[in-house]
Design a protein around this ligand. Sequence first.
Ligand SMILES: [Zn+2]
Ligand SMILES: [Zn+2]
Length: 143
Amino acid sequence: MKDHGISDEITSKGYRLTPQRMMILEAIEGSDDHISAEDVYTRVRKVYPHINVSTVYRTLELLKELGMVTETRLGDGLVRYHSIKKGHHHHLVCNRCGRVIDLPEEALNPLKEKLKSDYGFETDLKHLAIFGICSECRGKEGG
Ligand SMILES: [Zn+2]
Ligand SMILES: [Zn+2]
């Protein structure tokens, strides 16, 4: 059940779940952390040596459109993906040392509420990277 939730959803939306798509999904779901398209490609290629990197990108786009994976840029130029099953969360990214701190979704609820009450704006904050300077790097500044 747990292993097939997403694949059921793909087929129910009229997309064919090819073995390659399946592998790509498994690579994302099987990674403990975020995974870049390049990492997905590396993993899938071990099983399907002839897979094309553009197939990986196209499938990731599809999964994103279907709302099954979220993507975010953590400042190192790579787009990272993770399965929607892992829940929504955000990240604080340090511009100096590149450290990434996980932030639970609830941490931004006050912001969400404020944007809704003040601007009537319903935010779609699924996976956000907030850039700044971490406490350690701020400490090094000596003030
Ligand atoms: Zn994340
Ligand atoms: Zn830092």
